[in-house]
Design a binder for this molecule. Structure first.
Ligand code: GLA
Ligand code: ZN
Length: 673
């Protein structure tokens, strides 16, 4: 297995997607000269180049790529080389129109964008393997080659195809998973509404139906679609491993929950040599730096804590949201360095030079339409220098204080139709709990519900609607052995087939929480409830209430009004050496602070009250040192206490006592041993 770091890269990765095929070759020299000026160490090339590499079936033209890689090499810039399998050429679709994916409504997509792929299609699979083989054969030993970049963002823009080929492939997947049609009927609860199948041949993808379809079938189809994409990734990866040993293989993820919901990144993280991620700020009024931190923490977690790589982010605005503001001065650097603080061994962008043509010409780039006489370019050059001074953080690991459980399968199940309330949203719960932890200045690892949690004093479960028996056992053992667990409502409800666990809610988590739930009573839009806690403190919840019956748990907060008035709203259960909290209504991030504060006390986590809000403090540590990142997202200068002396890497100054961090600035202290 190749090492995870891009081969031959001796610094952090800094650069971006480089699409020189959009420019006359005479401009390339200029590009590379400016790359050197900006301190670029690696660029991603060839991601969408299939039509240029194979202009006609079987006719290949690698000359331009040879010259490009040669030029990069001469200039000391490493190459992250794409397999272009996200963008098959027009001639391919002419010959294989059935490789175009079909929606659940039966509409076949057209050629003319990108990512129009039916992942079950045999001709596509064969052609993808062929072009990958040719690239690997030609460039395996190229001195510029550092990393393989397979495909692009599996899972978007098409999350699943519903064509007849996929139907046949789905039946094979069902046969492998369940063996018999009776086992499928049982798992899917097909007795309901007369949905029983007599043979696997009768089963189709969950295409559009008159009213809501079978939820377990829909859930399995998401698993199937994810597994099918992964199969195609693994096929390309294995070709690259075989023909180009020693070059790590990645594919760019999109872990932000608001940007891709169709891929189980726990499973994908195990298949890549290096986890890489694309992240874009969603400018919907939420605190973008908190969402960024969450995506970065989730990425590090799917990498098992190992260093990962920020493959794409934007130097300024994007062009695919309704409104696309530019980044404020310093914001690009804060974004980049927050990713680095949270484990990325570099900061790469989409893209190097802003396009003149095509769908993304109004998307920012490192080298904007305005050219080098621009604030954006000056900030890019400064960031390149900053990234260079952070070389010592390479290969160190981010230190976490607590874990948040996250499971894509549970999210998929919870998003199915006909639930108690459409206002309850698993992603929103994860966002809010994360935000509350962020505001307590805690660094979060994400974990799968069946992972070993013993390293974490505090584990938060924002939304675990689907919980297996194994997960339930795991959480129980975690608490019995001294852990502190905080669980939000509508968790532990169903098993892996979306079947309600037998007995009262929350089936899988009754024991560990020491309670049962007799009835859900979600609130109407705009309705709220008040809850009262220790010393008469009051909080307001919305979206959800329920009738909780303590069975060992103590009541800490009580509903003051609503159907559950006088009954427990938040409970604490002491079990073995540990404690399990339950929060039965929806509290926003600020309200959750009160609960997480007490749970944090149970967990023995010292409050970090001396740190101002929106000052992000994260630690990376390893053989090369112990690094403290301080990112000031506020517009005031701040001072942050240091536990020991050290050297600030961006200014080169000695640091001791209280570290001054200017408004909007970043400081990284290499703490003395
Ligand atoms: C994605 C893609 C890139 C580009 C950017 C624009 O992340 O991978 O090719 O389209 O979005 O934000
Ligand atoms: Zn298909």
């Amino acid at each position: 297995m190749p090492d995870h770091a891009p081969k031959g890269l001796t610094r952090l990765a800094f650069g971006g997607d480089y699409n020189p095929e959009q420019w006359p070759e005479s401009d390339w020299q200029d590009d590379v000269r400016l790359m050197r000026e900006a301190g670029v160490t690696m660029v991603s090339v060839g991601i969408f180049s299939w039509a240029l590499l194979e202009p006609a079936p079987g006719a290949h033209d690698f000359g331009w790529l040879d010259r490009l890689l040669g030029l990069l090499h001469e200039n000391g810039i490493r190459a992250d080389l794409g397999t272009p399998t996200v963008a098959p050429p027009a001639w391919f679709y002419r010959a294989h129109p059935d490789a175009l994916p079909v929606t659940a409504d039966g509409v076949r997509y057209e050629f003319g964008s990108r990512g129009a792929i039916c992942h079950s299609n045999p001709a596509y699979r064969e052609a993808a393997a062929d072009i990958t083989t040719r690239l690997a054969t030609r460039y395996a030993d190229h001195p510029a080659l550092a990393l393989w970049h397979v495909h692009n963002e599996y899972g978007v823009p098409v999350s699943a195809c519903y064509c007849d080929g996929c139907a046949a492939h789905f039946r094979r997947w069902l046969e492998t998973t369940y063996e018999t049609v009776d086992a499928v009927n049982e798992a899917w609860g097909a007795a309901f509404w007369g949905q029983r199948y007599g043979s696997l041949d009768e089963i189709n993808p969950p295409r559009t139906t008159p009213t809501v379809g079978n939820p377990a079938q829909a859930l399995d189809y998401r698993r199937f679609a994810d597994a099918t994409m992964r199969e195609n990734f693994v096929r390309e990866r294995d070709i690259l491993h075989r023909l180009a040993p020693g070059i790590p293989v990645t594919t760019n993820f999109m872990t932000a929950l608001s940007q891709c919901d169709s891929v189980d990144y726990w499973a994908w993280g195990r298949e890549v040599d290096l986890v890489s991620n694309d992240h874009y700020l969603i400018t919907d009024g939420r605190r973008t730096h908190v969402n960024l931190a969450m995506a970065a923490d989730l990425t590090r977690s799917v990498a098992g804590g190992a260093p990962w790589l920020l493959m794409e982010h934007a130097a300024g605005g994007v062009n695919w949201q309704p409104r696309n503001p530019a980044k404020a001065p310093g914001e690009m650097a804060r974004n980049s360095l927050s990713h680095v603080a949270r484990g990325s061994d570099g900061a790469m962008f989409f893209q190097w030079r802003q396009s003149r043509r095509g769908a993304e010409k109004f998307h920012s780039a490192m080298l904007p339409h305005a050219g080098t006489e621009s604030r954006l370019w000056r900030e890019v050059v400064q960031l390149g220098a900053d990234i260079e001074s952070l070389t010592p953080v390479r290969d160190t690991r981010t230190v976490a204080d607590a874990a948040v459980l996250w499971d894509w399968h549970s999210w998929w199940a919870q998003a199915l139709e006909w639930r108690p309330s459409e206002d309850h949203d698993a992603r929103e719960r994860a966002d809010s709990f994360y935000e509350a932890l962020y505001d307590r200045h805690l660094t979060v690892d994400f974990a799968h519900p069946e992972d070993d949690l013993s390293a974490y004093p505090l584990v938060v479960v924002p939304a675990l609607y689907l919980a297996t028996e194994a997960a339930a056992r795991n959480l129980r053992e975690y608490v019995e052995n001294g852990g502190t667990l905080v669980v939000s409502y509508f968790s532990g409800i169903v098993d892996e087939h979306d079947a309600v666990h037998p007995g009262p809610y929350p089936g899988a988590l009754r024991d560990v929480l020491g309670l049962t739930v007799e009835e859900f009573s979600p609130l109407l839009a705009g309705e709220t409830v008040r809850i009262t806690g220790p010393d008469g403190a009051r909080l307001t919840g919305d979206v959800w209430t329920e009738i909780v019956v303590p069975r060992g748990a103590e009541t800490v907060w009580t509903y003051e009004d609503g159907l559950a008035a006088g009954r427990p709203a938040v409970t604490r259960h002491r079990l073995g050496e540990g404690t399990a909290w339950y929060v039965s209504t929806r509290l926003g991030a600020r309200e959750l602070d009160a609960i997480l504060g007490t749970a944090g006390d149970d967990a023995g986590i010292a409050p970090r009250a001396e740190l101002p809000r929106d000052v992000e403090v994260v630690r990376r540590t390893g053989a090369s040192g112990n690094f403290l990142f301080v990112i000031n997202h506020t517009d005031a200068d701040v001072k942050v206490p240091l536990e020991s002396h050290g050297t600030e890497l961006l200014t080169g100054e000695r640091a001791a006592g209280r570290l001054a961090v200017p408004a909007g600035g970043v400081r990284v202290v290499n703490l003395d041993a």
